[in-house]
Design a binder for this molecule. Sequence first.
Ligand SMILES: [Fe+2]
Length: 263
Amino acid sequence: MSTRTDELAGGLLRHIHEQIAASDLTYEEFGALKQWLIDVGEAGEWPLFLDVFVESAVEQNAFKGREGSKGTILGPYHLEGAPVLSAPFELPRREDEQGERIVMTGRVVDASGTPLPGAVLDAWQADAEGLYSGFDARLPEGILRGKVIADDEGRFEIRTILPAPYTIPTEGPTGRLCKAAGWSPWRPAHIHVIVTAEGHEELVTQLFFDQGEHLDDDVAGAVKDELVVKPEVGPYAPERSFSYDFTLATVHASTPDTAGAVA
Ligand SMILES: [Fe+2]
């Protein structure tokens, strides 16, 4: 028995019961709900649904008050094992890769501004059609995924292309929910990054682009003002570039937590 499970599952059920009464739910609607829940499972879309509609709230709660750069959701498209890139630190691309070339630079530092040499940036993104390698057969494996190690001053460079906005899959039950509810299925263009350095908390984040579409109606609710960058023509001209410093929180001795209590 776990009182934590009782608190979480019991609380969720109470919210559902209250919503049933508030919305005067009919048996017909209950039947449609049951079938939809079954459909989500059969389509293998529970990871998608949870990452899109629930993870953002979990992330905001888990890291409220944490020092350093803002994080946001991991999402469903990260893959382990991306290669470590050497100069010129270009995310793997096809010979005819479409999309505007851009350069991302910056430093990885701790909360006092001290550089973190050897910090690892694991970056992945959609292509100029909004597709992810490893999840869409139209892209060769490994495209637009790679790791970069920060240098002795904590500096890094990543050469890539401007990703496109994309929709979550619209044909399955999660997409049907968006359509039925009148919700936008779009995510704004973004580059995913996980930044790690010894003795510091892992930072899972995304960078979005100034004046990009769908910053205000991200289906995943993952945009934060601090994560919007503005590529400009500068030191890497003619390519546009932007600089973003990742500040990592120091790992503090943790108090006993509730991990595993739900199991
Ligand atoms: Fe993404």
